[in-house]
Design a protein around this ligand. Structure first.
Ligand code: FUB
Length: 339
């Protein structure tokens, strides 16, 4: 363990709901779980939710997180180890506020923690911190990743060793402020009958510290090969990108945000395009929905969060459940709670 555990006050559970899974962590609030298997062990890189006393606002200011913990387990169902605080906002020289959903990667014998945080001008950027251990602690680079913006980095490494970063989140995630290629402090969305704002992807450089080229749109298409439209709220991208492969196909999954689905689209290249296929996870308790998908010991798992412990949108708890691919490659829809 790197540091002593912090303890948050547990909140009340809500009503008579029945939950598919129980919280993995009960002494901290945790969210946005990015799970990876490193050396046969499952490591989880979540957001660390706190009650910072910031009023709830449309731009997500109340998600005012200040550090990260890493968790790990031998296998799903086993004991969960809290490796303590692995990165503190105080140690990121360029950071302003709000450490949001992170991800991690392993390459060159090193571990990389990627994180979104607002800089001192209140613009979200993606930072990277490194460690010799998947459990941290992580040392942040002195600057954000050049030309990075918005939130929710997800790094996928293909079988040929090339790594890609997917990112983006609209609304509080500021993607709608980058349509011109430079930041504008004004929200601009395409009209409802126009192609929606798409998530972004870039190849990572060999040292995993920068982009090897510009961020490009990840095209999310409907069944007719047309881009999903802004007005298609049930299916268009909002935040929480994740990529996994299954039977030679690339699966791009994401949150539809204000309609609260975790949806997925499939394609033949890590750069897309991806065709919309369906819903992996129906809305969970709480406003946000954010997940990751990982294979371990021959089974597939969905890591996700809800607000079972607190009943409050910004105080979440991570969970895990099994995920099933059907023989045709489709994914069975999961419902995480019932009345
Ligand atoms: O945890 C803060 C933000 O809420 C994440 O970055 C989003 O994906 C949403 O879950």
């Amino acid at each position: 363990e790197n540091q002593a555990q912090e303890t948050d006050t547990p909140g009340a559970t809500s009503g008579s709901k029945k939950y598919l899974s129980e919280p993995l962590v009960t002494d901290n609030y945790t969210a946005d779980p990015s799970a990876h298997v490193f050396d046969g062990r499952i490591y989880i890189y979540p957001s660390h939710d706190i009650d910072a006393g910031v009023a709830e606002k449309d731009d997500g200011s109340h998600f005012d997180m200040r550090d990260y913990h890493v968790y790990s387990m031998d296998s799903v169902g086993g004991a969960v180890t809290d490796h303590g605080k692995v990165l503190d906002i105080k140690d990121i020289s360029w950071a302003g506020r709000q450490l949001w959903a992170p991800d991690a990667a392993h390459k060159n014998g090193k571990y990389y923690l990627y994180f979104p945080v607002k800089d001192k001008q209140d613009v979200f950027r993606i930072g990277v911190a490194t460690s010799n251990s998947p459990a941290g602690p992580f040392k942040p680079e002195p600057q954000p990743i050049a030309n990075s913006y918005s939130i929710d980095p997800a790094v996928f490494t293909d079988t040929d060793g090339t790594s890609y970063m997917y990112l983006g989140g609209i609304w509080g995630g500021q993607l709608q402020r980058w349509s011109t290629g430079t930041y504008q402090a004004e929200d601009k969305y395409p009209a409802d009958d126009q192609p929606a704002l798409m998530p972004k992807v870039a190849r990572m450089s060999a040292d995993m510290l920068s982009f090897d080229g510009p961020l490009k749109d990840v095209q999310l298409l409907d069944e007719n090969g047309k881009p999903l439209l802004t007005g298609d709220n049930e299916r268009r991208f909002f935040e929480a990108a994740w990529v996994h492969t299954y039977n030679g196909k690339y699966y791009f999954s994401y949150s539809t945000g204000d309609t609260h689905n975790i949806a997925y689209a499939t394609g033949d290249s890590p750069l897309g395009p991806f065709t919309y296929k369906g819903v992996i996870l129906n809305p969970v308790e709480g406003w946000t929905n954010h997940h990751s998908i990982v294979e371990h010991n021959g089974k597939w798992y969905l890591f996700y969060h809800d607000t079972q412990r607190s009943g409050k949108t910004h105080l979440r708890n991570i969970k895990v459940t099994e995920l099933q691919h059907n023989p045709d490659g489709s994914i069975q829809t999961i419902t995480a709670q019932s009345e």
